[in-house]
Design a binder for this molecule. Structure first.
Ligand code: NAG
Ligand code: NAG
Ligand code: NAG
Ligand code: NAG
Length: 377
């Protein structure tokens, strides 16, 4: 290649990067609390689980500047699934997990201590890059007139009737542990078959759609599916029986049997299925012009949001994900001071700057940051 051409291409690449960087909503971190040392950490402090795409090593390096006495051991060999095991085997103080902890991750913790782990979010997931905790985009065939859906409608489209769901402790959250607060099954979250949405007319879609069955599509890989079950179905595993389930290409077998279950096949099918609805990653959807994203609202009073960089970083898109860290808080007692110090750093202006600079996840909004900080009190 001629030198001139190489240079031109290089300039083009640089420009493309500059444009992308401009497009990213830069959260203004003015007003975020500065990190102030409240406790001098000495000795070993151990982190085990996911490295959250480099976030954990970067936070640990930033933390070390303020805490020279801390000797931080990072054991990021495992995936998210292993992280909570570090807490109940006594191997670690902090369990970063790229996926929401599953019930089966939390049960051994409960059986060891008699309460549930505490969960804290340190960042909002990205909106489209691979592996950055991207949110599901709900898509239909381009010809479908449907424009918007609520979270409740998504539940009734994608799941089946259930006589109960799972509740995480008395308050159904992992904000702080209470003695005996287990994962319990409750009919509070029941919904009967007459609440199922199975025909397009039930969503107000008329014409040729009205009497057609809604065909559902989506993922089945554990990290993705658990997030949807948690957000929408109260952890129920009862999907619509017609649910067609796929994985990302790398998770399918490399032979001819793998092809039909890779997410590309899902989007090809949806491009041709006028009566289908699915959930997928923006990074895959953008190559399929015949599928159309749907705006989502928390409830029928709205507002409805399309998934994009802005609505995700502002946390307005209801299906946003979080980068979670789990830890062991003894009910009714203060958070272990080393753990508290590290998490206070992650939830400070300095910690959030590190997250924004890495450009994998988004810095939390200030209200969300304050709400997470309150979990440490
Ligand atoms: C932490 O250690 C530094 C240096 O020794 C000291 O100046 C500071 O007062 C200590 N902070 C606390 C909260 O103990
Ligand atoms: C099903 O649930 C709906 C909404 O809670 C309720 O109005 C209806 O009576 C229930 N139907 C049956 C058959 O239980
Ligand atoms: C509906 O969602 C909006 C936006 O999230 C929220 O402000 C409002 O309180 C919700 N209304 C009900 C009835 O839950
Ligand atoms: C012990 C270990 O595997 N450490 C790795 C954790 O992840 C970072 C990248 O985010 C690597 O640089 C470390 O070597």
């Amino acid at each position: 290649m001629a030198m001139k051409m190489k240079k031109a291409l290089y300039a083009l690449a640089i420009n493309a990067v500059a444009i992308l960087a401009q497009d990213l909503p830069r959260r203004d971190l003015t007003g975020y609390p500065d990190y102030k040392v409240e406790f001098n950490v000495t000795g070993i402090f151990r982190i085990f689980g996911s490295d959250l795409k480099g976030t954990i090593p970067a936070l640990a390096a930033g933390f070390a500047e303020y805490q020279p006495g801390a000797s931080i051991g990072i054991y990021n060999y495992t995936s998210s699934e292993g992280s909570i095991a570090g807490l109940y085997t006594g191997l670690s103080e902090l369990a970063p997990a790229g996926d929401d902890a599953k019930l089966t991750d939390m049960m051994p913790f409960f059986n060891s201590y008699g309460y549930l782990p505490t969960e804290i979010s340190v960042a909002t997931g990205g909106h489209e890059k691979r592996g950055t905790l991207w949110p599901a985009v709900i898509v239909v065939n381009k010809e479908n007139p449907l424009e918007k859906l609520t979270m409740d409608q998504l539940d009734r489209i994608f799941s089946s009737e259930r006589i109960a769901g799972w509740k995480l402790g008395a308050n159904d959250n992992l904000a702080s542990a209470s003695e005996g607060d287990n994962i319990l099954f409750t009919s509070e979250y029941a919904r009967n078959a007459s609440t199922n949405i199975r025909k397009w007319s039930q969503l107000g879609v008329e014409g040729e759609w009205a009497d057609k069955e809604i065909q559902t599509y989506g993922y089945v890989a554990p990290g993705f599916i658990i997030y949807m079950q948690r957000k929408l179905f109260h952890w129920s595993q009862k999907w619509n029986p017609n649910y067609k389930e796929y994985v990302e290409e790398k998770q399918a077998t490399a032979d001819d049997y793998g092809k039909p279950v890779a997410s590309e096949s899902m989007l090809e099918e949806l491009s041709n299925d006028k009566y289908g609805i699915g959930w997928a990653a923006q990074l895959h959807i953008k190559d399929y012009p015949n599928v159309k994203p749907i705006a989502i609202a928390q409830n029928s009073s709205g507002p409805y949001f399309q998934m994009d960089a802005q609505t995700v970083s502002d946390r307005n898109y209801p299906l946003v994900r979080d980068a979670y860290i789990y830890f062991n808080r003894v009910p009714g007692q203060d958070v272990d001071p080393k753990t508290r110090e590290f998490l206070r750093f992650a939830l400070s202006k300095q910690g959030q700057e590190i997250i924004a600079r890495l450009d994998k996840y988004y810095a939390l909004t200030l209200p969300e940051l304050k709400s997470q900080l309150s979990r440490l009190e």
